[in-house]
Design a protein around this ligand. Structure first.
Ligand SMILES: [Zn+2]
Length: 298
C-alpha cells in the first residue's frame, strides 16, 4: 500500500521526555470511509482520533500509534495529519463550488487548489511546556514572579473534552481549556480551578493569544480567484469539515463499488472494504474495460 511519510509541525512528547516527529501513514480503506460516514452521532474530534490511530502507522519511535497517542497529539498536528491523509487517499487537488463573495458578482464558481500548497506553521520552540509573563494590567496585584504562567498547548484530548461546551458556552469552554493546559500560575503548580477562575478577562485573553501564536498547524484560509469577475477572495478551509464532508457526499459510491466488485469478482465485503479507494477504482476500471471489450466482441 502507498505510504506517505513526513515530519509533524509540532511533535509528540512521550512521558519520558522524548520528542517524536517523523510519521508514516497509509490511505483510508473502505472501512474508515464507512466509519466517518456512518458515525454521525460521535464527536468529530473522537473520529479524528480513531482514524489517525488506524491509518498513521508510526510517530517517531512509536508504532503502532495507539488511540491514546493520537488523542494526545497537538491540535495542529492532527489537522496536518488529516491533510496528508486526504492527499494520500484522494490526491492533492481540492475542488469546491462556491459563491463569489463580491456583492456585484455573486456568481457560482468552482475553485481549485493543491493541498501541497497549503502553508504549514512549524512549532519553532518545541515545548512541551511554555512560560510567559502576564502584563501588569492583566494581573495588577501580582509581582513579576506572580505573573509567570506555565502552560502546554491544546491537544485532541482537550478537543474531545471541550467540544460539547464550545457550542453551549464559549467562556466556560475556555475556562476548562485553561484548567487543563495551564500548569502553573506564579508559584502555584497546578494552579487549581479556583485560581484559573479568578484570572482577569485580560489575563485569559493573553494566555489564549500566546497559545495561538505558538501552536503549529496549517493555514485555514485559502486565497481563491473568481473566474467570472477576475477578483481574488479568501475562503475558510477547515480540513476536517472538508474531508469528512467530502466522504459523506461520496458515500453512495463506496457501496456501489463494493457491490460492483463483489458481484463480478465474488470477493467478500470484508476484503473489498479493506481496500483503498484507489485500489477499488483500479479494479472497477479494469472491469469496465473488460465489459466494454465483451460488448464490442458480441
Ligand atoms: Zn466574482
Amino acid at each position: 500500500m502507498h505510504t506517505l511519510a513526513g515530519t509533524l509541525p509540532g511533535g509528540y512528547w512521550d512521558g519520558g521526555g522524548t520528542l517524536h516527529s517523523r510519521f508514516e501513514l497509509t490511505p483510508l480503506t473502505g472501512r474508515e470511509e464507512e466509519l466517518l460516514v456512518q458515525a454521525t452521532d460521535r464527536l468529530p474530534a473522537e473520529l479524528v482520533t480513531e482514524v489517525l490511530s488506524r491509518r498513521v502507522s508510526s510517530v517517531g519511535g512509536l508504532s503502532p500509534v495507539r488511540e491514546e497517542v493520537a488523542r494526545q497529539l497537538l491540535v495542529g498536528d492532527r489537522q496536518f495529519l488529516l491533510l496528508r491523509l486526504r492527499q494520500a487517499t484522494f490526491g492533492d487537488r481540492v475542488r469546491a463550488g462556491l459563491v463569489c463573495p463580491w456583492a456585484d458578482c455573486g456568481k457560482r464558481v468552482s475553485v481549485e487548489f493543491s493541498l501541497a500548497q497549503v502553508p504549514v506553521f512549524e512549532l519553532a520552540d518545541k515545548g512541551p511546556v511554555y512560560t510567559m509573563t502576564l502584563s501588569k494590567a492583566a494581573a495588577e496585584d501580582c509581582d513579576d514572579a506572580g505573573r509567570e504562567v506555565r502552560f502546554r498547548l491544546p491537544t485532541g484530548a482537550d478537543q474531545e473534552e471541550l467540544s460539547e461546551w464550545l457550542s453551549v458556552n464559549e467562556a466556560q469552554a475556555l475556562t476548562l481549556l485553561l484548567t487543563r493546559c495551564v500548569r502553573a500560575i506564579g508559584g502555584f503548580s497546578p494552579p487549581g480551578e479556583d485560581r484559573i477562575g479568578a484570572l482577569s478577562p485580560l489575563a485569559r485573553a493573553e494566555i489564549e493569544e500566546r497559545m495561538q501564536e505558538l501552536a503549529p498547524g496549517i493555514e485555514q484560509v485559502m486565497e481563491a480567484g473568481c473566474v467570472e469577475c477576475g477578483r481574488q477572495f479568501l475562503v475558510p478551509f477547515d480540513v476536517q469539515r472538508f474531508f469528512f464532508g467530502e466522504l459523506r457526499v461520496h458515500s453512495d459510491l463506496l457501496y456501489r463499488e463494493v457491490h460492483y466488485l463483489a458481484y463480478h469478482y465474488h470477493w467478500s465485503e470484508q476484503e473489498i472494504m479493506a481496500m483503498t479507494r484507489d485500489r477499488r477504482r483500479t479494479y472497477v476500471e479494469v472491469l469496465a474495460d473488460e465489459i466494454e471489450k465483451l460488448n464490442d466482441d458480441a
